[in-house]
Design a protein around this ligand. Sequence first.
Ligand code: NAD
Length: 482
Amino acid sequence: MASKTPITVAYGDGIGPEIMNATLRILEAAGAALEIETIEIGEKVYLRGNTAGIDPGSWESLLRTRVFLKAPITTPQGGGFKSLNVTTRKTLGQYANVRPCVSYHPFIETKHPVMDVVIVRENEEDLYAGIEYQLSPDVTSCIKLITRPGSERIVRYAFEYARRHNRKKVTCFMKDNIMKMTDGLFHKVFDEIAVEYPDIQKEAWIVDIGAAKLADTPEAFDVLVMPNLYGDILSDVAAQIAGSVGLAGSANIGDKCAMFEAIHGSAPRRAGQNLANPSGLLLGAVLMLVHIDMPETAALVHNAWLRTIEDGIHTYDIFTEGISTAKVGTKEFAAAVVARIGQRPNRLKPVAYVHRTGVAPAARPASAGVRAVSSEIRGVDLFVTWPSRNPEALAAAMRPLAADGLSLEMIDNRGVKVWPAGSAETFCTESFRCRFLAQDATGMKPILGLCGRVAEAGIDIASTQTLRTFDGQAGYSLAQGQ
Ligand code: NAD
């Protein structure tokens, strides 16, 4: 007999244990060769005083099995408790979140009878890097971090996913008409990598109109890839419009460990009543079976589940009079799926999965190392706090402090130029950005000298940003009106 694949399982809180039992029962009946290690996470661990919600010893299991099937957990209310999902994602470098959103018309009510999209969301970067600052009493900022290796990894993952699952098109959502550098880099990387996949169509949409189109006409899309924030929002929208957030599973993919789960929470009010729908976790487990290269078992489970849905055997949350044939509990639903193992749906499209071939999607991109790029320092942006909010007075105070070839180029407030020749209409906060530029390349010494003189003049510097060129191109954006 083939050896079993070890996986780590957490039963979670609320409805977690019931839906995990149902899921594991179905996997076992389908003959999934799994060796299950159980760890405890969630409420009990939090309430023992562990703010991470996971015991240090549990990481050992996760790093060894590298596969985590996780039921939802309850995060206790109140301060101090950290999101276990964010901790797991960051600790294990899970850079891709994959969420298939499918409608099951006419068996589950939906406004979108033809919908079968997969959202591939970048999981580590963007505004979710968690780099935030308070610059002054009234002004805060959050850094949007988009990197070439991070973008290459997620875009390549999306194309590899499309190829492996016989998908026809990959669409990129971003907003590079506004964020020309960050989303511009994501878009550029998308275009570069798309060339390597001539068998797959590619298209790029600005996220606002793309989101509207997705909500209105999801059948226009296939695989979607996008930075973290857009992906977080749109994957929930897509799951909801497909019919129910209760049906979608999700995968968090990393090199060290991949995590599979339902997208819903622990639904504490439904716990212990044999009511919960185990479908989201079961479809998460199907993603896991594909990931650990058990495509035949994945298809057995998925097709049996589709047949159960098609036969109208529904839990309370998807039960509709006239469509459903039986309202069942969690255990009975699992039994119905088990009874259909080996069967395929008649009207819904059956699934087929294939063994892993070609480049492992998780492979690190070639450019993860340092690239040879020529770079010059051209100046500095000083973010200063100027309580009088008068840009002319700030310019008068700043200009005499410039030396060593640097001169004050402009001052802006919230990205809008207010000096020279600002508009009296522009609302100013107390946080201004003063841009000093040199005609030619300069260095850190003149910049540090400038900072020293500004500080001696009693002007509060909240932060500084060196301005550089990379291969002759400015590595900084212009202010509005500059
Ligand atoms: P929820 O997803 O638990 O519940 C939202 C609604 O959907 C409720 O009405 C619930 O009864 C219903 N529902 C959810 N899953 C269902 C299922 N499988 N079958 C039938 N009905 C289902 O969201 P919530 O109420 O906002 O959160 C409850 C708890 O879950 C919170 O502590 C939250 O922090 C946690 N949570 C955990 C995760 C996770 O572990 N990944 C995700 C989201 C929320």
